[in-house]
Design a protein around this ligand. Structure first.
Ligand code: NDP
Length: 297
């Protein structure tokens, strides 16, 4: 990890490369058992950001030796047709992971589409079964972005137990699942949102701050303490076309102990965890444990 200004920069890009290499090595071992992890990505419509995300996921999964299938559907696809496509993938033995790229066009309801994914193939961890398993601390697929945050902390040697983690954002995709993952690791968790009073005061209490808001540079340098580790999940494009996070990186990195950059922080870790989940699903379908295939972490 680089030392820049005062803060350690938590290099999600480099860490994700390492995770992906480990998945690729285990995938090669799985191939000896005649199984290739299969990932199906369902993309509806032509949202440019979704196309970029899907391309990056395709590339990473191909690089790890996966069989990747992208199902591209027109923007005016009906609810019925979309659910039928997902159900086809659900019964396809060669597919171990199904991801429906969100958001869907406005006329579509994502809930029944997601529920068409069997929990064992729910690599995004968004079905009711996966959400319930996480809440009950039972085995199951964990959502990739929160899992990527934890993986990055672990690999950077930053302990979680007993720490006060302040999460800004309470979405089903990031805020809530990361709260549960952190509780399972014995953190003390505070969740903030748009109605929270004295957000700055809460942030100043954080040993670890997770920003998942979607408001460019909302969290200022003087909202953070010197010992804080900052995980900036936000990806926002400015009017000038620059990508920035939910934290004012330049100011925060002068103050805190460690921080993730945007881009190059949580984003690459999210994709790496998608590969991990798909690999786990493929191993399970072959009746093998990841450990038997050389998975160490
Ligand atoms: P959502 O819009 O679903 O949720 C945003 C949350 O932030 C809500 O809980 C909302 O509160 C809260 N919030 C909004 N404004 C404020 C404010 N001024 N003060 C305090 N809280 C506020 O977003 P997501 O969780 O899906 O995504 C958050 C960010 O993370 C986005 O920038 C997104 O692009 C990025 N992202 C990045 C990923 C990655 O791979 N790195 C993956 C997923 C998302 P309330 O509930 O009260 O409305």
């Amino acid at each position: 990890m680089d030392k820049m200004k005062n803060a350690t920069i938590l290099d999600g890009k480099a860490t994700a490369v390492k995770v992906r290499e480990e998945v690729a090595a285990c995938t090669a071992k799985l191939a000896e058992h005649g199984v290739q992890p299969g990932l199906a990505v369902v993309l509806v419509g032509d949202d440019p950001a979704s196309h970029v995300y899907v391309r990056n996921k395709d590339r990473a999964a191909n690089g790890a030796g996966f069989d990747v299938r992208t199902v591209r559907l027109a923007a005016d696809t009906s609810q019925q047709d979309l659910e039928a496509e997902v159900r086809k993938l659900a019964v396809d033995d060669k597919v171990h992971g199904i991801l429906v790229q969100l958001p869907l066009p406005k006329h579509l309801d994502s809930t029944p589409v997601i529920e068409s994914i069997p929990p064992a193939k729910d690599v995004d961890g968004l079905t009711l079964a996966s959400v319930g398993a996480l809440a009950l601390n039972q085995p199951g697929m964990r959502p990739c972005t929160p899992a990527g945050c934890i993986e990055l902390l672990d690999r950077a040697g930053i302990s979680i137990e007993g720490k006060h983690v302040v999460i800004v954002g309470r979405s089903m995709l990031v805020g809530k699942p990361i709260a549960n993952l952190l509780l399972a690791r014995n953190a003390t968790v505070t969740i903030c949102h748009s109605r929270t009073k004295d957000l700055k005061g809460h942030c100043l209490q954080a040993d670890i701050l997770v920003a998942a808001v979607g408001v460019p540079q909302l969290v200022k340098g003087d909202w953070l303490s010197a010992d804080c580790t900052v995980l900036d999940v936000g990806i926002n494009r400015t009017d000038e076309g620059k990508l920035v996070g939910d934290v004012d990186f330049d100011a925060a990195s002068q103050v805190v102990s460690a921080i993730t950059p945007v881009p190059g922080g949580i984003g690459p870790m999210t994709i790496a965890m998608l590969l991990v989940n798909t690999f786990f699903g493929a191993a399970q379908s072959a009746g093998l444990s990841p450990k038997e295939l050389g998975w160490k972490p």
